[in-house]
Write a protein that binds this ligand. Structure first.
Ligand code: TUI
Length: 315
């Protein structure tokens, strides 16, 4: 059994969070992960207060266990969903794609455990001082909106900079990578890409099939010019996006317009050619659809074996 301070902090069995994947992480996936002993997370993404309230209610029908809500800070609805989590008595909030500073006071006053994603040591120190319960150090191997540093470089630097628990994210799909995260000083992991193909994940089947067929070098990062780089599987959409980005005669507004709605198009409509199929660099390691519980058990059984054998080169 692997038990870390993160398990005690949240009352969970396995120190694993399911990534709050926009347009994908709904009540079905979050409840399955929580029921399996991890922390399931609903993605508030670009949805409004009404959608989030309904999803929280559905999750509560499917599980009695603790779950979280991911608030994507670039969302136009961030202010309203920041209040919904308080009104609905959500216990854990994970934030992404920005600095949650302006909401910290009211979330802490409501007894919410705030666990921000950080891409740098500076942001880690700032948010630890502001009262975060733990941090997620996310490397650029991950899918979606990415920072510059890799997981291998970022996690130990964040661990050294703060006194609160640190989870590793980005590039984690099997037990070897979970074990490696612990070696870097993390006491938990956040996993997105592998949960895309969970049986309980409601993302379009075309999206799942594209993940299952991916190779190691199939992801690309676009969007650097706009200041929000995004990792996704290479397709017509990323090729056209890259072409627009490189063209001096195309304005930033035109590129933003081209990208708008692209994740929804792939995740909900199943258009994996013209839509954005966000995925991490571990996509090629994801080879079969499985129940979320099986994914978690497989990862932690393997991590335990790897950690038990970790001294094999020590003479
Ligand atoms: O947020 C994510 N991943 C995401 S959000 C998303 S939705 C989206 N769609 C289109 C364009 C952009 C986003 C898809 N994937 N991961 C967490 C994460 N947060 N990664 C990096 C960061 C981050 C970056 C900067 C956190 C804080 C930060 O602070 C900068 C500042 O100074 O405010």
């Amino acid at each position: 059994m692997i038990k870390t301070p993160l398990c005690d902090l949240l009352g969970i069995e396995y120190p694993i969070f399911q990534g709050g994947m926009a347009w994908i992480a709904d009540a079905s996936l979050a409840a399955a992960v929580s029921n399996a002993g991890g922390l399931g997370i609903i993605a508030a993404m670009n949805a409004n207060a009404q959608w989030l309230r309904e999803e929280i209610a559905k999750t509560r029908q499917l599980t009695d266990r603790i779950f979280g809500v991911n608030i994507m800070l670039m969302s136009p609805f961030a202010d309203e969903v920041a209040d919904v989590v308080i009104e609905e008595g959500v216990k854990v909030v994970v934030t992404g794609a920005g600095n949650p500073g302006k909401y910290m006071k009211k979330w802490l006053a409501a007894g919410i455990k705030v666990i921000p994603v950080v891409p740098s040591v500076a942001m880690a120190k700032l948010l630890a001082r502001s009262g975060a319960s733990a941090l997620i150090a996310e490397g650029g191997e991950s899918g979606g909106h990415v920072g510059d540093l890799t997981t291998m470089a970022l996690v130990p630097q964040v661990v050294d900079a703060v006194e609160i628990p640190v989870l590793a994210a980005g590039g984690i799909a099997d037990g070897r990578q979970v074990a490696a995260a612990f070696m870097l000083g993390a006491c938990g992991v956040q996993v997105g890409t592998r949960f895309l193909v969970a049986k309980e994940c409601t993302v379009h089947q075309n999206y799942k099939d594209k993940i299952l067929k991916a190779h190691d070098i199939d992801t690309v990062v676009t969007g650097k010019r706009l200041g929000h780089p995004v990792r996704a599987l290479r397709n017509n959409f990323t090729k056209e996006f890259a072409r627009l980005e490189q063209s001096a005669s195309v304005t930033d507004e035109e590129i933003e317009r081209f990208g708008a709605g692209s994740l929804r198009l792939a995740a909900r409509e199943g258009d994996v050619k013209q839509g954005s199929v966000m995925a991490g660099q571990v996509a090629s390691m994801v080879t079969k659809e499985q129940p979320a519980a099986e994914i978690i058990q497989e990862m932690f059984t393997q991590a335990e074996e790897v950690l038990k054998g970790a001294t094999k080169w020590v003479k």
